[in-house]
Design a protein around this ligand. Structure first.
Ligand SMILES: Nc1ncnc2c1ncn2[C@@H]1O[C@H](COP(=O)(O)OP(=O)(O)OP(=O)(O)O)[C@@H](O)[C@H]1O
Ligand SMILES: [Mg+2]
Length: 266
């Protein structure tokens, strides 16, 4: 946090505990993301990454601790209010309205974010980033392939950069060429000033755009620092051999394309 300079980070999670009924999922988790910064949240399956995303977007109330947007507490606000304040969340998995077409899904999302006259240019932009969605614009979203549904879920938030974007495994199930498109778009969003909390199992992929990493293990932060400080021993200890070696444990059969530069693991 930039507390010395008196500037609150765009997003701050402070000493958050969270639980699902009796099951305690997060313990004393603190992290922050500045405007224009990318923080990769890494950790094995079940570590609590998605739970942090849910706490930030208001879907799960922390049992202790608080979440701040530009220094203001947003804890206890309803999810739709948090979304209106500029916190966008691309959840894990398929999160589209199945019976609506691709274009109806996009139009609905853009109407919530934009003035009416901006909707059609936003649609054009979304189709430039994801040409596949243009081809499939009249198709009910529920009949899209898994990867196409991820594209649609992303396109809904990528067109107008939010203050904070929490992207939960945005590349899962996408072909390498589409992953590259998604990451280019995430990088553009960051350069427009969005604070990006990027949940990834593909460590090498995340490292291509992350400024810092936070490693979560069984609901606790076990490492926080610049990407360059993350070496294989930290990763193997925290996440396990599978992820540290670059494989995906999450069921994606797509290989991760090697990072071209800024890869501290090679
Ligand atoms: N609705 C729920 N009810 C009970 N337990 C839950 C619920 N959702 C998640 N959990 C548990 O909380 C823990 C953290 O889950 P979470 O989804 O945050 O993990 P994750 O790090 O996102 O994992 P993955 O990489 O597999 O997506 C897990 O042990 C999970 O089983
Ligand atoms: Mg998850």
């Amino acid at each position: 946090m930039n507390e010395r300079m008196g500037v609150a980070p765009r997003l701050a999670v402070r000493k958050v505990h969270a639980a699902y009924g009796p099951y305690r999922a997060l313990f004393d988790v603190s992290l922050h993301v500045g405007a224009g910064e990318v923080v990769a949240l890494l950790g094995a399956n079940g570590a609590g990454k998605t739970t942090i995303a849910r706490v930030v977007s208001g879907l799960l109330a922390p049992t202790r601790g608080a979440v701040f947007l530009d220094g203001e507490s947003i804890g206890g606000e309803r999810p739709y209010r948090i979304a209106r304040m500029g916190v966008a969340h691309v959840p894990e998995g398929r999160s589209v309205f199945s019976s609506l077409t691709v274009e109806e899904n996009l139009t609905l999302a853009f109407r919530q974010q934009l003035a009416a006259r901006e909707v059609s240019s936003a649609l054009d932009e979304a189709y430039v980033v994801f040409p596949r969605l243009r081809e499939r614009r009249a198709q009910p979203a529920g009949t899209l392939s898994g990867g196409e549904q991820r594209m649609l879920a992303l396109a809904r938030v990528l067109v107008r950069p939010p203050k904070v974007l929490v992207a939960d495994e945005p590349s899962l199930g996408l072909a390498p060429v589409v992953v590259a498109d998604v990451y280019r778009t995430l990088d553009r969003i960051r350069s427009d000033g969005t604070a990006l909390l990027l949940i990834e199992q593909h460590v090498h992929q995340a490292a291509t755009i992350a400024d810092r990493v936070v490693v979560l293990k069984r609901g606790r932060v076990t490492f926080e620092g610049p990407v360059s400080a993350l070496d294989d021993s930290v990763l193997t200890e925290a996440i396990g051999d599978q992820v540290a070696s670059g494989d995906s444990p999450s069921g994606s059969s797509e290989p991760t394309p090697p990072a071209e530069d800024a890869d501290p693991f090679s």
